[in-house]
Structures are given as structure tokens and as C-alpha cells.
Design a protein around this ligand. Structure first.
Ligand SMILES: Nc1ncnc2c1ncn2[C@@H]1O[C@H](COP(=O)(O)OP(=O)(O)O)[C@@H](O)[C@H]1O
Ligand SMILES: [Mg+2]
Length: 399
């Protein structure tokens, strides 16, 4: 049976809503790819994808409500319903534009808070997460069932609730002969390493650190702009290497995977410290340094945590990195990353080459995850999240 599924993603950048529409059909002998599940095939076609920036006031509200000290409960409740409406509109527009009739929606929602590692609270150790954007509203507006709130089921099973995209990465990129690293550069940067011939249990995935988050915050602070388009500002500055060396000594970068990061690690407070370390430097040098921090932290993570595992499995000497996310459009960042990866024998590619446009990939992932949930199949990757078992992810709102 074939299903048309829309995946909806709005990431930690809070820049906007990405919608991807895919057709998935299960189980034909001539299907194009084996599904991550044993003995199963999935036919996949990307029918279209669109991006809708958040209106400036909505973005401001989201960023303000991620700030635990400032957030008011009434406004959080309102945001949940407002985002439900905005997600529904984004999906409806996309479906109209590409002339498709949807069967199902998978919506990640907007993360307001994520603490993947258990910490003590009122006498109990708890790992917690919170994504907002009401699935019931989306289902009612669109008249199709919606799977939302994917992360808690993995956490209830002992996982960190992230990353969830490795299920898609494995589906798309696994190869009997080539080792691949799927590197997404959103607000946070995260990778999925898939050794050649790996099983789902041999996938390594974790957050490498900041993606665009620090760059964006600096652009806002120093230039009053949302982001460094094409990396132009960074290209005109010099990298403060001493600052990079200092920042890379932070415990986060030494932490072994699985590990996750968010605004809690690389948000407001981090920005203040970053600016402090860069004091006296020109504005473009500061942005160039943040851009280099992203590239360097990715390369460091690959060298420390990925290469040794590939070597242990006697993988071929060469390996591909496949970049996706908004950061793929920052040419200065990509140039730095290419330079950093070359000595490791890793060649750089874009997810577009593999049929997944850089801006659509994460949205596609949530379409796939929703599809699995609808068929009562698990889609967390315990090797990536640290969960004790496979879990069926998300909650279903019926139309
Ligand atoms: N043309 C571009 N040049 C440079 N950076 C870009 C460009 N387009 C998008 N970006 C960056 O990508 C970010 C959004 O990436 P995205 O993958 O949507 O992240 P998230 O999943 O965190 O929302 C923007 O905030 C911006 O920093
Ligand atoms: Mg985004």
C-alpha cells in the first residue's frame, strides 16, 4: 500500500518551517531500497518540499519562550496552538502547490527544552524534553491523522530522545562498500556515521556541537541580520585561532557519544562568553571565528569518535561526508569543512546528490518516522540515542 506523507520540521534555529511531501510504499519485491527493518522494502519518492520562514514576531516569541526564566505558562500554551495553526497552513500550502492529497503528517514540532541526560529533580533522576505545536490542531485543519511528539517514547525507553534522523540516514546512505557520514548543519550540527556494510546497531550518531546557532546569534547581535548569507561576512574576516583552541577545550567537545546539544549549551550564555573571548576583534573576525568553530568541532568529532571506529572495522581508507541543513548554503563554512576533512581522507558531498535536498532532509525524516509509527513499527535507533530497546515513536491525533 502506498501512502503520501508530509514531514514537518522546525529546528533549533527557529528560522521557519520545512515541509517535505513523500510517497512511501511498503513491501514490493522490486522496491528501490531495503527499509531499515529486516526483510522489508520501502519505495521512496520525494514529491516536493517547501520552506516558510517564521514571521519576525513569531520567531522572537519562540526564542523568548525557550528562555526558561522569561517564559510564561499562558504564552507557552498559546504558542502550542499557534504553531499548530502555522504548521497546518504550511502543509496545506505545500500540498496545494504540489497537487497532492495527503494520507498522513509527521510533525516534529518546535523544541522548547531538551535535556537528554537524566538529572535529579524532586528526588528522581529524569531526562526530559518538550516539543510544542499541537498535533490535534494540525489534524483538524488538514483532515488527516498526524503523528507528533516523537522524542518522549525513546526517552521513556532510556534513550536521550535524539538524534532521530539516523533512521533516515541509514535508510538512504548505507552502502556495502562506502563508509558515510551524514552531517546535518542546522542550529546544532549532528552526524550519523554508517560504516560500510553496517547493521542498524552499528550506526554512530551524535551532536557535534554548534551548527549555525552561534553564527546566527552573532549576526543578529553585531549586524542586526538573521544569518550570514552564503558566509560572506565570515569570508571577509580572520579566524581567531587562539579563541577556537580555548573553546574546543570545553567539556562538551570531549564528551563521548551519545551526546546531544541545544540552546541550553550553545544559546544566550554561550554567546556572551564567545563575545567576551573575542573582545577587541572586528565584527567580521568574530563571525569568521564562529564559522570556524563549527567546522573545527565537526572535524574534531569525526577524528576522535568516528575514524577510530572505522579503523577498528577495517573500513576502506576513504569515506564520504554528506552535508545537509541550512549550513550547507554557507560557502565559507563548507570551504573550511572541506579543508578540515581532506587530511582525514573524507570527501565532501551534499545530500542533494543523493536525492535529498539540503533543506528538506530533516522534514523527510519525520515523514518516514510517521509512516513507521502508523504501521506500528519502531524507528528510534538505540545505537544512536542510547535507548535500551526499539520504540514506536510519537503520538497520533486522528482527524
Ligand atoms: N543562504 C544561506 N547562507 C548561509 N546560511 C544559511 C543560508 N540559508 C540558511 N542558512 C543557515 O541555516 C539556518 C537554518 O538551517 P536549518 O537546517 O533550517 O536549521 P534548524 O533545523 O536548526 O532550523 C539559518 O538559520 C542560517 O543560519
Ligand atoms: Mg530550520
Amino acid at each position: 500500500m502506498s501512502m503520501i506523507v508530509a514531514g514537518v520540521m522546525s529546528g533549533t534555529s527557529a528560522d521557519g518551517i520545512n515541509v517535505a511531501v513523500v510517497r512511501l510504499s511498503v513491501g514490493t519485491a522490486r522496491a528501490s531500497r531495503p527499509s531499515p527493518h529486516e526483510n522489508q522494502h520501502l519505495d521512496f519518492t520525494l514529491l516536493g518540499h517547501e520552506e516558510y520562514p517564521f514571521p519576525a514576531q513569531v520567531r522572537r516569541a519562540i526564542l523568548a519562550l525557550m528562555n526558561a526564566e522569561l517564559a510564561r505558562v499562558a504564552d507557552l500554551a498559546r504558542l502550542n496552538f499557534l504553531l499548530g495553526e502555522l504548521y497546518a497552513e504550511a502543509v496545506a500550502k505545500t500540498a496545494r502547490k504540489h497537487r497532492v492529497k495527503l494520507d498522513l503528517v509527521g510533525c516534529h514540532g518546535q523544541t522548547l527544552y531538551h535535556q537528554g541526560t537524566a538529572e535529579r529533580f524532586l528526588g528522581r533522576k529524569l531526562a526530559v524534553t518538550w516539543q510544542t505545536g499541537e498535533g490535534a490542531v494540525i489534524a483538524a485543519r488538514l483532515g488527516v491523522p498526524v503523528v507528533s511528539d516523537f522524542r518522549p517514547a525513546d526517552m521513556a525507553a532510556g534513550g536521550k530522545g535524539a538524534p532521530l534522523v539516523p533512521f533516515l540516514d541509514y535508510f538512504f546512505y548505507r552502502d556495502p562498500r562506502v563508509a558515510r557520514i551524514a552531517q546535518n548543519i542546522g542550529g546544532i550540527a549532528n552526524l550519523t556515521a554508517i560504516p560500510a556494510g553496517a547493521s542498524l546497531g552499528q550506526v554512530v550518531a551524535f551532536d557535534t556541537g554548534p551548527g549555525n546557532m552561534v553564527i546566527d546569534a552573532l549576526m543578529e547581535e553585531l549586524y542586526g541580520r538573521r544569518y550570514d548569507r552564503d558566509g560572506k561576512v565570515a569570508a571577509s574576516g580572520r579566524v581567531l585561532t587562539a579563541v577556537i583552541a580555548r573553546l574546543l577545550r570545553a567539556p562538551f567537545f570531549r564528551q563521548k557519544p551519545p551526546r546531544t546539544a541545544g540552546r541550553e549549551e550553545f544559546g544566550r550564555e554561550y554567546l556572551a562568553r564567545f563575545l567576551q573571548l573575542c573582545r577587541g576583534a572586528s565584527k567580521s573576525d568574530v563571525v569568521a571565528t564562529a564559522t570556524a568553530l563549527t567546522a573545527r568541532s565537526i572535524a574534531d568529532a569525526v577524528e576522535r569518535f568516528v575514524m577510530p571506529r572505522l579503523a577498528a572495522r577495517r573500513q576502506p581508507a576513504s569515506c564520504q561526508m554528506i552535508v545537509s541543513g541550512g549550513g550547507a548554503k554557507n560557502s565559507t563554512l563548507i570551504g573550511l569543512l572541506r579543508d578540515q576533512m581532506a587530511p582525514l581522507g573524507v570527501s565532501l558531498h551534499f545530500s542533494d546528490e543523493f536525492g535529498l535536498p539540503a533543506g528538506a532532509k530533516e522534514a523527510v525524516a519525520f515523514a518516514l518516522l510517521a509512516h513507521e509509527t502508523w504501521h506500528r513499527r519502531p524507528s528510534n535507533v538505540p545505537a544512536a540515542t542510547g535507548a535500551k530497546r526499539a520504540a514506536i515513536l510519537g503520538k497520533i491525533s486522528y482527524a
